[in-house]
Write a protein that binds this ligand. Sequence first.
Ligand code: NAD
Ligand code: WQD
Length: 340
Amino acid sequence: MKILITGGAGYIGSHTLIELYNSGYNFIVYDNLLNSSKEAIKRVEKIINKDIIFIEGDIRDTLKLKELFSKYSIDSVIHFAGLKSVAESVSNPLEYYDNNILGTLNLLKVMKEFNCKKIVFSSSATVYGDPATTPILENFPVGGTTNPYGTSKYMIERILEDLYISDNSFKIAILRYFNPVGAHESGALGEDPNGIPNNLMPFIAQTAVGKREYLSVFGSDYDTHDGTGVRDYIHVVDLAYGHVKAIDYLNNSNKIKPLIVNLGTGIGYSVLDVLKAFEKASGKRIPYKIVDRRVGDIAKCYADTSYAKEVLGWKAKKTLAQMCEDSWKWQSNNPDGYGI
Ligand code: NAD
Ligand code: WQD
């Protein structure tokens, strides 16, 4: 039996392949390479010393998905595939809804047709919008999203919950990631954003390596310990292992309600905390300028992680220093990412 990994060539997916392999799982990867490179798969093959079954395709391509489910015995899906840029989703909402919503609906229909009823879905802390308090618990209100990307994640969560109501033999895990950063400790695998990075860690890494002149710090008047935005940064390898625990959980439970769980560290670091930690890890000085707040940003966002510990037996282990060290190893070894 195999796990279908949609979006498995991407940043989080590629790291998850290694953790799944280390835990003895078999998988196949399906990705349209819209935001990734085949090179990531080659590097994973090198790390695990095994060939990977990779199929290039789109989750909106029903025929191709059906072919896949006919050819392989797939008993579960980890669904990473989708578009993820907040800014792009504001300027191109139709493309985001088409890819994320239609793509997921299509995948779920094919899964149902082939009686494949276990799915782990990549959701996001963005579904909480601007929380009234921190740390954020899973039962906080969701849906107050401020951009089409976040709304698409919220809608998919609702679709999955309704699917379960209609057929409670579906086993569903909705993982709400906080801020994934870092890279594989080999330095061979990491995040390779297209163009100018929107996210903090890749921007800092590219500044440290000399590709960007300085970091713009978006606002210094937030209600936080140093005035800059606070987030829950989680090492991508810890996050990847959370997927193994989620699959274990689905495999070891009988009929269960959809599991909704935060994957974060529970610790909030500010922009300046991350900048200083990266300077230490890289030995480079990172110039920065304080600029206006970015529209849509919130002051603080970090997880209450007790439910993940209780239900999955999972806890993030890696520190901010390790996140920065691994990110720097990846960036300095691969200044142009995978070179696509
Ligand atoms: P990524 O862009 O690196 O990976 C997504 C992968 O999906 C890419 O390889 C892309 O080529 C593929 N893809 C996109 N549309 C597809 C389609 N229609 N058919 C097949 N493949 C398609 O992103 P990531 O950071 O690895 O994120 C993985 C998932 O986690 C996404 O769903 C994202 O929304 C979610 N997520 C990411 C973050 C984050 O900060 N990175 C935070 C929370 C949630
Ligand atoms: C982190 C902090 C910025 C860049 C986004 C999505 C979220 C999730 C993760 C997918 C904030 C500050 C950033 C820069 C800065 N993705 N910053 N200068 O906004 O918490 O979350 O990515 O699901 O949905 O919204 O992450 O890395 O963009 O920002 O000062 O050049 O860094 O203001 O405080 P964010 P981020």
